[in-house]
Design a protein around this ligand. Structure first.
Ligand code: ATP
Ligand code: MG
Ligand code: MG
Length: 554
């Protein structure tokens, strides 16, 4: 038995199993609409549904909810499949709501014949007016009592393309006085003269979400259909539509709702993310600042870190905002275990070791990962001229400055203890070079008394003649506001952080010339970085994934 306690959706399943539902009839689905790329909110739904599949040994379908040809594209289908696979999940079958268009149509015809659906020929404004409000009853459409034969003829005409968009809709005949507005004769079909990414021009009427979703669950024999809270009010309609076609020998899908996950300092909505792409605020759906799965992947996130994030925040009954630092915690935790340590200098200052041989060079041992003994070690070149970070040197500083200052010592990680003797400035007074001496007996790992000598402060560095130049992309939050899309009087676009990308030139160890796209490293004392796909044979590009909370000096 797992130690982890059950979430409320698992309790619902457990109760069903206790009251006679057969375990081998459990089936789940993840139902994205292919109108954009998946985001971190979807990761919660993916981990929930596929996690349940693994827990109960039940199949999980990947179902594309593709009923709106105006917004859906094959590119998005492909991206969604790639992302679900990358997260580490395997679906049982790949399904499309569009595969059920004929079945849905046949059932709609049945509803017309039973007097439960009718063609309405009013404008959408007229229909909206008659809908009433939650506190007032709606009124019936003048077309509500059309005869079955007239309805059948019109509906067939709609399907055959005889009418313009908006000329007619098919509505379920339910109850214009219901306290649930969604039950006031909801629209089942609308005319759209648009090519669909899969059915092309076979159809010019398309089923609405409510009519499609539950029936698709039923066709696939999904036992538990979990969706986000905004569908809670739709549950009554989901059940009404199921009642019209349900056969008692079959599994009757059960819709239950959980809270949408929102992440701070970003937006998790395909529509809003699409706007950032369309307006060129970001570089595409996989821009490392995006909350998309593909953006996170390019940023250097691992599938494990995203799954752990989803697991840790769990499933909730109420909407709330999750701080992005929780996501950052997970990737930092994972990369700490797996990312090789390297020396990388982002803001270089030249340092000359005056007592080191003029053309001297040695290759020093450097441990790849103190958290992982199996990661082994590598050789790092050392020479007379090295780069250190500008901020690691000051002419004078107080006792709390454990870095390099004139007359004081520090250790160069994996190398020697050095002492700053003097520095050179340009005409504006900027320090452009530091002259040091080194203690030749203090080499790290040599076992000598000098090598074991404790000095406060250890710096990272690179040998200038060996270092590789690299483009370093450092990201900040894309929005200045914690919750940019929740302001009543301001659009989320008003909160864009104009300084969310900073590009600098850094210097890294030479072995990184063989780094492959997606490789992840820790630049010691700075943070975690990964190789960006823009990298070519003569241009190395790194993305900063996340900073280190603590330096390894502790
Ligand atoms: P978006 O507004 O981003 O398009 P959506 O809910 O319309 O979101 P779908 O493609 O329909 O997107 O979502 C597929 C599944 O993922 C649905 O079951 C949906 O409820 C769930 N989902 C979407 N966003 C979130 C979120 N932020 N948190 C948890 N689950 C989500
Ligand atoms: Mg949706
Ligand atoms: Mg949507």
């Amino acid at each position: 038995e797992e130690a982890k306690s059950l979430n409320f959706l698992e309790h619902i399943i457990e109760d069903d199993l206790k009251t006679g539902f057969s375990k081998d009839k459990l089936r789940f689905r993840f139902p994205p609409e292919p109108n954009g790329y998946l985001h971190i909110g979807h990761a919660s739904s993916i981990c929930l549904n596929f996690g349940l599949g693994l827990r109960y040994g039940a199949p999980v379908n990947l179902r594309f909810d593709d009923t709106n040809p105006a917004k859906e594209e094959q590119e998005f289908v492909d991206a969604i499949k790639r992302d679900v696979e990358w997260l580490g999940y395997e679906w049982d079958t790949e399904r499309y709501a569009s595969d059920y268009f004929q079945q849905l149509y046949d059932w709609a015809v049945l509803l017309i014949k039973e007097g439960k659906a009718y063609v309405d020929s009013q404008s959408s404004e007229e229909m909206a007016k008659q809908k009433g409000s939650p506190t007032t009853e709606g009124s019936e459409s003048p077309y509500r009592n059309r005869s079955v034969s007239e309805n059948l003829e019109l509906f067939e005409g709609m399907k055959a393309g005889k009418f313009e968009e908006g000329a007619h809709v098919l509505r379920a005949k339910i109850d214009m006085t219901s306290s649930n507005m969604l039950m006031r004769d909801p629209i089942m079909y609308r005319i759209l003269h648009r090519a669909h990414h899969r059915t092309n021009t076979d159809w010019c009427i398309y089923p609405m979400y409510d009519w499609t979703h539950g029936e698709s669950d039923y066709i696939e024999q999904v036992s538990h259909s979990f969706c986000t809270l905004e569908f809670a009010m739709h549950r009554e309609l989901y059940n009404w539509f199921l009642d019209q076609v349900y056969d008692a020998d079959k599994v009757r899908p059960k819709q239950r709702e959980f809270a949408r996950r929102n992440l701070s300092h970003t937006v998790v909505s395909k529509r809003k993310l699409a706007k950032l792409v369309e307006e060129g605020i970001v570089d595409g759906w996989d821009d490392p600042r995006m909350s998309t799965i593909s953006g996170l992947r390019r940023r250097g996130y691992t599938p494990e870190s995203i799954r752990n994030f989803a697991d840790t925040i769990g499933i909730a009954k109420r909407d709330n905002l999750i701080d992005v630092s929780l996501l950052e915690f997970q990737i930092r935790d994972h990369l700490n275990k797996i990312a090789p340590r390297v020396h990388g200098v982002l803001d270089p200052l030249k340092l000359v070791i005056t007592n080191y041989p003029e053309n001297g060079e040695e290759w020093l041992d450097a441990e790849n990962n103190p958290e992982d003994a199996s990661a082994g070690s590598r050789k790092v070149p050392f020479s007379r001229e090295i780069y250190i970070e500008k901020e690691d040197f000051r002419e004078e500083a107080n006792k709390k400055f454990f870095r390099l200052k004139l007359g004081k010592e520090v250790r160069l990680k994996n190398a020697y203890i050095i002492k700053a003797e003097s520095c050179t400035k340009d005409t504006e007074g900027n320090i452009i070079e530091v002259q040091c001496t080194y203690d030749p007996k203090s080499k790290s790992g040599s076992g000598t008394e000098e090598s074991l000598r404790k000095v406060k402060g250890t710096l990272h560095w690179v040998s200038i003649q060996h270092a590789l130049k690299a483009e370093i992309r450092v990201y900040d939050r894309l929005f200045t506001d914690e919750s940019p899309d929740t302001h009543k009087d301001k659009d989320f676009m008003e909160f864009i952080n104009k300084d969310s990308l900073e590009v600098t030139t850094g210097y890294v160890e030479p072995h990184l010339k063989d780094a492959q796209m997606g490789d992840k490293v820790q630049f010691q004392r700075i943070g975690y970085f990964c190789v960006d796909p823009d990298t070519t044979s003569d241009r190395l590009v790194f993305n900063k994934t996340v900073g280190l909370r603590d330096s390894w000096a502790k």
